[in-house]
Design a protein around this ligand. Structure first.
Ligand code: GLY
Length: 383
């Protein structure tokens, strides 16, 4: 009798699970489904959740964050092999194409490379290649040969002449790849010039970096080194350190310039050994906020760095880097950071901080926190 009951129980269990692998029911995989189920809308890509209003903040393709949501679907496809994610990724990616002609921003890499570039890792799509090259051409129009940099922002013209932010390093991947696709070395050369100028002017003796360096358009020299999203001009804004670490690790991938590797290592060491980095590896939004330990965390800074350090480990074989990435994943897959299954929104992780000085997207789920988390998982899987 008992044996019969056991067989029936096994049949029921097997039939309810036969279309799933065990991993599809883990808390993180249950979050993936929320991204898949989110309704397509070319004018409303998800960016964050405002818990005060309980509303999802959505954006048009022009926003610097538009490429991350399509990129998240591509990366979940990479992790699960489930074609449903790939099909959705293609649909969302198509909504970003208009940006290839948008010369009013430096955020081309985030928009185009995180969407079309992520797609290109999974299919040899000629249209995607052309879009990446066209976008690189547009981004190149923001390069100033005398200063040796791409201009980041066009706003605040009464204060800044030619602002360059550390985040801008992230756009270089688009340029490096555009040269590989087109065989036109212009983009690669320009990326190197930008990386060299940033190397010279953005970093401090303690290996942290400034957020904004503003250049004089006549002398072509730095005229001020300030912050826009950090606590103060001299503080170490956590995500900014992440952009620097990721940017120089990636630039080393394409150039094998040892100065870039040394830069990435030194800033990574500053980050992971900082006395204000909490035990679980998820930094406060700025290492110098006097409110620490009561300051908000920034999951996105942790994931940018965890992804970069998987790559940096590949070049250095320094286990400290890989251990940091694994620690971050371990922390983020816990209930402290993972969004609860009952929250109907297309995000995975809580507790990112977008723009603390403007009190905008503080301690919320933000799409790029998820993007670099998923990229960390993809990179760890490939180890
Ligand atoms: N690139 C803008 C940011 O990191 O918030």
């Amino acid at each position: 009798m008992k044996k019969h009951l056991l067989i029936i129980a096994l049949i029921i269990t097997f039939s309810s699970c036969k279309n799933k692998t065990i991993s599809e029911t883990t808390p993180v995989n249950l979050r993936y489904k929320k991204l898949l189920e989110y309704p397509l809308d070319s004018l409303a890509l998800p960016r964050s959740i405002n818990f005060k209003t309980n509303k999802i903040k959505t954006i048009k393709s022009t926003d610097w964050c538009s490429g991350f949501f399509p990129g998240n679907l591509w990366q979940i496809y990479a992790l699960t092999g489930n074609d449903a994610y790939k099909n959705k990724a293609k649909q969302w990616t198509a909504y970003i194409e208009n940006e290839k002609f948008n010369n009013r921003t430096h955020d081309m890499g985030f928009k185009i490379f995180c969407s079309f570039g992520s797609g290109l890792k999974h299919e040899n799509n000629e249209d995607y290649k052309q879009i990446i090259v066209e976008s690189a051409k547009t981004l190149s129009t923001r390069f100033n040969e005398n200063i040796g940099s791409i201009r980041s922002w066009d706003f605040n013209k009464d204060v800044w002449q030619f602002p360059v932010i550390i985040d801008n390093m992230m756009n270089l991947e688009l340029l490096f790849e555009a040269t590989k696709i087109s065989k036109d070395s212009t983009y690669h050369k320009l990326a190197i010039k930008h990386a060299n100028t940033t190397l010279k002017n953005h970093f401090r003796p303690d290996n942290s970096c400034f957020h904004v360096v503003d250049y004089d358009t006549v002398s072509h020299q730095p005229r001020m080194k300030v912050t826009h999203q950090g606590y103060s001009d001299e503080s170490a804004w956590a995500r900014g350190q992440g952009w620097g670490i990721y940017g120089y690790t990636m630039a080393y991938r394409y150039t094998k310039d040892k100065r870039y590797l040394d830069r990435a290592k030194a800033t990574a060491d500053f980050f992971i050994n900082h006395k204000n980095l909490p035990e679980d590896g998820i930094p406060y939004w700025d290492f110098n906020d006097p409110a620490i330990p009561n300051a908000p965390r920034d999951v996105s800074a942790a994931t940018v760095v965890s992804s970069a350090l998987v790559e940096l480990y590949g070049y250095t074989k320094n286990e400290t880097y890989l251990n940091y990435s694994k620690k971050v994943v371990n922390s983020l897959e816990s209930k402290n950071y993972l969004l609860d299954e009952t929250i109907q929104a297309p995000f995975i992780l809580d507790h990112s901080t977008g723009n603390w000085p403007k009190k905008d997207e503080v301690d919320e789920p933000i799409v790029y926190g998820d993007y670099y988390f998923l990229e960390t998982l993809v990179r760890l899987k490939a180890q």
